[in-house]
Design a binder for this molecule. Structure first.
Ligand code: NAD
Length: 309
């Protein structure tokens, strides 16, 4: 299969590229390196076609997508906080960028686009776990843009004959996630802080909960979404189905790393949701999704990765 991974130099994208190459697919990536890193693709750079530039560049997409069967659309400015600071930048890259990808995929006569959406679309709906057909209530420009991308995905099968699948990722973590960005996610921040013996910062009381999902599970969901006959036109939660508070996360990381520096509590962040947990029965039923890597094993592997950095 010839595949394209947009955002292939990012955290999730580069893990997906590696798995696709391992399964002997031919892979091209489109990335502008705005948040992605060259070292993420260094181990397999000679085996991919790199199209360096922005997903909003029609000519670039037309070259990258020529002859492609499946497009895995991972490229986005993946941060709630960043979107609160710069809503239009987030919208343009994430919502308009997704529409550009869909139109280019249709023009290239690709078979399917698998779209990286986000659990943030649920916002603060009170019901847990989140089920795909419940009402959404996005709380940030990032979540609105991700939802707009889902809606665009939803109209392409019937209007243009392009198959689409939207995957709502729940708090993904694992090797290659950037700990240094000012918008870094909690797992790489905690792990690198604990390994360095620095005080880590916990937003609010730390009792907010998430469904932390190891990246290998997300890669599995993408591979299934590319081929599952029943998946086209659907939206799926991609999590593990287990709830962990940020305080529990911190304690588990300290336990694995064998160190426990101080944790400092600061104010809550605008746009953040309180609790998030996936119901993954739909992905299990229609695609055979089976997230095998649970939190502790994923964290152990991630701590090992950051120890080696
Ligand atoms: N990490 C998570 O927990 C999580 C949760 C929900 C959804 N997602 C989604 O998963 C996808 C991947 O996220 P990630 O955590 O790997 O982030 P990341 O920042 O590591 O990767 C995003 C990649 O996209 C590239 N990119 C960004 N804007 C671009 C543009 N306009 N043109 C070309 N390339 C561009 C970046 O350079 C980067 O390589 C994103 O769509 C994100 O919204 C991630």
């Amino acid at each position: 299969m010839r595949c394209v991974v947009t955002g292939g130099a990012g955290f999730i994208g580069s893990n997906l590229v590696e798995a696709l190459l391992g399964a002997r697919h031919s892979v091209a990536i489109v990335d502008d390196f705005s948040t992605g890193r060259r070292e993420n693709i260094a181990p397999f750079a000679k085996r991919i076609d790199l199209f360096e530039g922005d997903i909003r560049d029609d000519a670039l997409l037309s070259s990258a997508f020529a002859g492609a069967e499946v497009i895995f659309h991972q490229a986005a400015l993946a941060s709630v906080a960043r979107s609160v600071e710069s809503p239009y930048v987030s919208h343009d890259s994430n919502a308009s960028g997704t529409l550009k990808v869909l139109v280019a995929a249709k023009n290239a006569r690709a078979r399917r686009v698998v779209y990286a959406s986000s659990s943030s679309v649920y916002g603060d709906t009170p019901v847990l776990p989140k089920v795909e057909d419940m009402k959404v209530r996005p709380l940030s420009p990032y979540a609105v843009a991700k939802l707009a991308g889902e809606y665009y995905c939803g109209i392409f099968p019937a209007l243009y004959g392009l198959e689409t699948v939207a995957l709502r990722y729940f708090n993904v973590f694992g090797p290659r996630q950037d700990p240094k960005s000012e918008y870094a996610a909690v797992v790489p921040l905690f792990i690198t802080g604990v390994l360095d013996g620095r005080a880590v910062c916990i937003h609010g009381d730390g009792e907010q909960s998430r469904d932390f999902t190891f990246v290998e599970n997300v890669v599995q969901a993408n591979l299934l979404a590319a081929t599952s006959v029943n998946a086209s036109g659907e939206t799926f939660n991609v999590g593990v189905g287990e709830s962990t508070t940020v305080n529990e996360l911190y304690r588990t990381i300290c336990d694995i790393a064998g160190r426990r520096p101080d944790a400092q509590h600061t104010g809550t962040r605008a746009g953040d949701v309180r609790d998030s947990l996936a119901d993954i029965r739909k992905a299990r039923r229609l695609m055979g999704y089976d997230p095998r890597i649970r939190l502790r094993e994923g964290l152990t592997r991630t701590v090992e990765y950051f120890r080696g950095c």
